[in-house]
Design a protein around this ligand. Structure first.
Ligand code: FAD
Length: 447
């Protein structure tokens, strides 16, 4: 039997500890050894409070006790996202987790509803979602296990403190065999022939060698960007927001959903946790000055702020490939699409789950790498199009950003999806009436 694969994870944020926990849980120690390096001095990005229902599957597969996780991360349940002032001012729409209509009609419900509208039926599709009804009543319960019951037609996700989630996972990963080294990486040593990464040198002088490196170093992207020079694909012409101002506030109204409110130069999130509410304004510096954005956020927070707004800069896009040589980027090191539909932690989960069955032996087989990159590309582009659609379909003309987005060209892949949607007569009438956004055709139904 060959030696186990030595995997070194650089970074201990959400991405690093999710990867470490999954590897030590799903792979036998005879197959791989897992080591994680993180720097307390650098710390983690520390935002990322809203998730998708897939997070529950991930935690369940890891054998995590849900109640324990919720206690440890000050978590709350999430039934969907309420979009306010998107599309047009005054609009209010909940994107629920789950299906519309009875369970046995889920696949045809939108079509039946549109047909009824055309026949003169006046109704809102939101009335047929169990998750929306519960969200409107500010109630949460677990879905019924009886698949025929209407109470089984929704799923749920979490709001949690992402910093606490990393700490929680660290405890599990270390207990199951992951080795953590604290220290700042000063140098990366490469093989002169292959260009593969051989080891990380810490500021203490310690050297950490490995066969496969997982770059979870966040926006710094130490291995993929700084070491291997993998290019960046900039998507900011379609997703123009490049800043977020985040501020926690005292707990206000407790809603079992995230609220996303369109603003003068972007949008604002509101995420209730057990002990506080997370607030943030995601905006574009082309359309608003930093001071004005921070002031606008503070004016709109509905409870006492607990700190000054903290600014985070970013650019929407991704590394041209996520796996190069013997390095795989996961999390912010591989790319970032703004948090409008809470898809970043989901993308981490996808990368880990795609990587597990493609883990190489001691020598990297390029076919595994290419397949991983193909799968990750699809996922990024699918989510990118889904996010762009939110901006493109707006009909607001009260601010420059909305006029820009309504007029902008979209990627061919998205144009194709919109054309497909419009070519179906019944769905066309739904768009015309603007009763709902075309969620039945959201690429792949991410959420
Ligand atoms: P980080 O948390 O930045 O971790 C990087 C790690 O690398 C740290 O441990 C650091 O110490 C280590 N490191 C870096 N350099 C070195 C070095 N030289 N030596 C040693 N260690 C090093 N996602 C969602 O799913 N939902 C959301 O609601 C959401 N909201 C967001 C809002 C904003 C404004 C932003 C910017 C992001 C949001 N995200 C959200 C994304 C989410 O925050 C990240 O996907 C997630 O936290 C993963 O981050 P990470 O682990 O990749 O990086």
């Amino acid at each position: 039997m060959s030696d186990p694969l030595d995997i070194v994870i650089l970074g201990g944020g959400t991405a690093g500890w999710m990867a470490a926990t999954a590897l030590v849980t799903f792979m036998p120690s005879s197959r791989c050894r897992v080591r994680l390096v993180e720097s307390d001095e650098i710390g983690i990005v520390g935002v990322g409070e809203a998730t998708l229902p897939q997070m529950k599957n991930f935690n369940d597969a890891l054998g995590i006790d849900e109640a324990e996780m919720m206690r440890a991360t000050k978590g709350a349940f999430k039934l969907g996202i309420e979009f306010v002032d998107w599309g047009k001012k005054g609009a209010r729409y909940i994107h629920p987790f789950g299906v519309h209509g009875p369970a046995d009609m889920a696949h045809i419900f939108h079509h039946r509803w549109v047909k009824a509208l055309r026949a003169g039926w006046e109704s809102d599709i939101q009335d047929y979602s169990f998750a929306v009804q519960a969200a409107r009543m500010r109630r949460f319960d677990f879905p019924s296990k009886d698949q025929a019951a209407i109470e089984s037609t929704f799923s749920y996700a979490y709001h949690f403190d992402a910093s606490l989630y990393s700490v929680f996972l660290r405890g599990i990963a270390e207990e199951r065999g992951a080795i953590r080294t604290e220290g700042k990486v000063r140098d990366v040593v490469r093989d002169p022939q292959s260009g593969d990464v051989r080891s990380l040198t810490l500021e203490s002088g310690q050297s950490i060698t490995g066969d496969l490196f997982i770059d979870c170093s966040g926006f710094r992207s130490i291995l993929l960007d700084k070491t291997l020079g993998v290019g960046w694909e900039d998507w900011s012409k379609w997703l123009p927001c490049d800043r977020a101002f985040a501020v926690p506030s005292e707990r206000g109204e407790f809603t079992p959903f995230t609220r996303s409110t369109a603003m003068e130069a972007g949008w604002r999130w509101r995420i209730p946790l057990q002990h506080r509410t997370g607030n943030g304004y995601v905006c574009s510096s082309s359309f608003i000055k930093d001071d004005d954005a921070a002031a606008s956020l503070l004016r709109s927070v509905d409870a006492k702020p607990l700190a000054e707004p903290r600014m985070l800069k970013f650019q929407a896009g991704r590394r041209v490939v996520s796996w190069d040589k013997n390095c795989v980027a996961v999390g912010l090191a591989s790319g970032f699409l703004e948090p409008l539909e809470s898809t970043s932690i989901y993308l981490i989960q996808v990368a880990i789950l795609q990587l597990l069955p493609l883990l190489p032996a001691k020598r990297i087989d390029p076919r595994l790498r290419d397949e991983f990159n193909r799968l990750i590309d699809m996922e990024y582009e699918r989510i990118r199009d889904f996010l762009i659609l939110h901006y493109k379909l707006n009909t607001r003309d009260d601010a420059e950003i909305w006029r820009y987005c309504a007029a902008m060209e979209v990627p061919d892949s998205l144009r194709h999806k919109i054309e497909l949607f419009l070519s179906t007569a019944e769905q066309k009438s739904a768009i015309g009436r603007r009763k709902t956004r075309p969620s039945c055709y959201m690429p792949g139904g991410v959420a």
